[in-house]
Design a protein around this ligand. Structure first.
Ligand SMILES: [Zn+2]
Length: 329
């Protein structure tokens, strides 16, 4: 009850983990997510329903609304944002979470969260799922191996398959996220002595095509001598947090959409933008976003943090061009 969990990503993993943390009574939960609920999410994103997709609610808001009905005794905050090198550290400084859960679906953000966790000494519970397979790893900064100790470069952990090409099985997500929630509850409920005496984390892997589980002992990867060579937790070069490694534009996994950030941080007055864009065609607007269809089959959704998600186009260059034209740079 006295702890605060920061869950980054309210997609498939985040939904299941959030549900379990809220029901367990974690006293304060902050949900950060950048996207909007769509009908295609409902197969695996268990906090949302058809009404949320119909209303095009931001996932962070829809998740908060649902969890508030599950457990009214806890505090739940929703932040509609992408976690980036620009805002990650101020987020942690402002929220001071006791634990972070990685519910994201892209490697840039996953390695960014690893940097953030190690630099600010916040335990990070990682999980990943593709097709029928999943994995889970707990990172205890200063004690255990970090994500880069185990997978030094994003390419090493990357699958050739993506959720665009092979999809994700709903039950695989639920298992990986349940392992995450169980680890989070263990870490939050432990006092310092219990945490110090528990065995260091293993890497858990499973494949539901055969219902096979495997626990990989990370052995000497946890040892300070081994970690000394890790760029993140050994040398403390936080390359993903500093922005030197992060690719600027993102193709959103599984949705055939692009996300474009403003060149410089800024906040948009959505009502003003809505009336400006309404001169060009029908606009859908609410307190969270303004949406326009620049042409048949193309959808541009602009958020208050000057981010846009653009669907129905083929290339990042075209996404940027539409952003510059309608939102301005
Ligand atoms: Zn490391």
């Amino acid at each position: 009850m006295a702890s605060h969990a920061l869950v980054v990503g309210a997609g498939a993993l985040g939904c299941t983990a959030l549900d379990q943390l809220a029901r367990a009574g974690v006293g304060r939960i902050t949900i950060v997510d950048r996207d909007i609920v769509e009908h295609t999410n409902l197969q695996r994103q268990s906090l949302f329903d058809e009404a949320d997709a119909h209303d095009a609610l931001p996932k962070a808001v829809a998740a908060r609304n649902r969890l508030a009905r599950v457990n009214s005794t806890i505090g739940i905050d929703a932040i509609i944002a992408d976690v980036t090198p620009e805002n990650a550290e101020s987020l942690v400084a402002a929220l001071r979470p006791n634990i972070m859960l990685d519910g994201t679906d892209n490697l840039d953000t996953r390695y960014l969260l690893n940097d953030l966790a190690v630099k600010h000494a916040v335990p990070l519970i990682y999980a990943g799922v593709i097709a029928t397979r999943g994995m889970q790893l707990t990172i205890l900064p200063g004690r255990s191996a970090c994500l880069r100790c185990v997978f030094p470069e994003p390419g090493a952990a990357a699958q050739v398959e993506t959720c665009d090409t092979v999809g994700v099985l709903g039950p695989a997500v639920a298992i990986a996220a349940s392992l995450q929630a169980a680890e989070a509850i263990r870490v939050l409920a432990a006092d310092a002595a219990a945490l110090a005496s528990r065995p260091l984390p293993s890497l858990t892997e499973f494949d539901l095509s055969s219902t096979r589980f495997r626990t990989i002992d990370l052995g000497n990867l946890h040892a300070p001598a081994a970690r000394a060579h890790c760029p993140c937790c050994g040398e403390r070069q936080f390359e993903f947090l500093s922005g030197s490694r992060t690719r600027p534009a993102a193709r959103l996994c599984g949705s055939g959409a692009f996300q474009i950030h403003s060149a410089a941080p800024r906040t948009l007055a959505l009502p003003a933008l809505g009336s400006q864009l309404a001169r060009l065609g029908p606009v859908q607007a609410n307190e969270f976003f303004v949406r326009l269809h620049p042409r048949e089959g193309v959808e541009l959704t602009v958020f208050a943090d000057a981010r846009a998600i653009i669907r129905g186009i083929e290339t990042e260059a075209e996404a940027r061009a539409l952003y510059d034209r309608y939102v301005g740079s």
